[in-house]
Design a protein around this ligand. Structure first.
Ligand code: 5GP
Length: 204
């Protein structure tokens, strides 16, 4: 086959592959710390096998009792190198630590779930306005405070996170496609699965 013909074929294959990849629905679960996002996304991927959970990178230290694969725990240098290599879909600094979503590479046919804070959610929405943004709120500040303490955050960290939550709330609400109050985990997960199904049906 002529070289130019091989090149055109290769371009067509790449374009159709990109088409498949970009057809993945991106579900962004965002909300302030202590609202239960990690538990929610764990349940979502357990209940819906089409969902693929992206694993974030962070420069934060691992918490006591935290799963080793909760994040890819890296140094600032490693994180910076990945920024320089254009390796993140989005990244941000959150209360002194860096967090980022590596460019997602889901298996074919899977939809992507991101569990990220508001600044990152904003970046994803800018690049992918079709992404489904679900913003989760705690039933009350007291409940949120209790959850933050419950996972072992020190008092000063809890205060920082509560302050940050107040800043995040109005931005997240304005950005979100849907706002959910996580009063009851099972109900929140069911509601989200329903919204995801509705979004898929719209795109089918
Ligand atoms: P934590 O330190 O409590 O695990 O996470 C702090 C905040 O960073 C949480 O709101 C969490 O959802 C968010 N987060 C986790 N991974 C990412 C990420 O990849 N990108 C962004 N922007 N935020 C993230």
């Amino acid at each position: 086959m002529q070289r130019w013909l091989v090149d055109i074929c290769a371009d067509l294959i790449i374009e159709s592959c990109v088409g498949i990849v970009t057809k993945s629905l991106i579900v962004v679960v965002s909300g302030p710390g202590g609202v239960g996002k990690s538990t929610i996304v764990e349940e979502l991927v357990k209940r819906d096998e089409r969902l693929w959970l992206s694993r974030s990178w962070t420069t934060r230290e691992m918490r006591q009792g935290e799963a080793a694969d909760a994040y890819k725990f890296v140094t600032r240098e490693q994180f910076q190198q990945h920024i320089d290599a254009d390796g993140f879909l989005e990244w941000t600094e959150f209360i002194g630590n860096l967090y980022g979503t590596p460019n997602p590479e889901p298996p074919t046919g899977r939809d992507i779930v991101l569990e990220i804070e508001v600044d990152g959610a904003q970046q994803v929405k800018q690049q992918h306005p079709e992404a489904l943004l679900l913003f989760v709120l705690p039933p009350s500040r007291e409940e949120q405070k209790a959850r933050l303490h419950g996972r072992g955050d020190a008092d000063n960290k809890v205060e920082q996170r509560l302050k940050k939550a107040e800043e995040e709330e109005p931005v997240g609400k304005a950005l979100a496609d849907y706002v959910l109050i996580n009063d009851d985990l099972a109900q929140t997960v069911n509601d989200m699965l329903g919204l995801i199904a509705k979004e898929r049906a719209k795109r089918a």
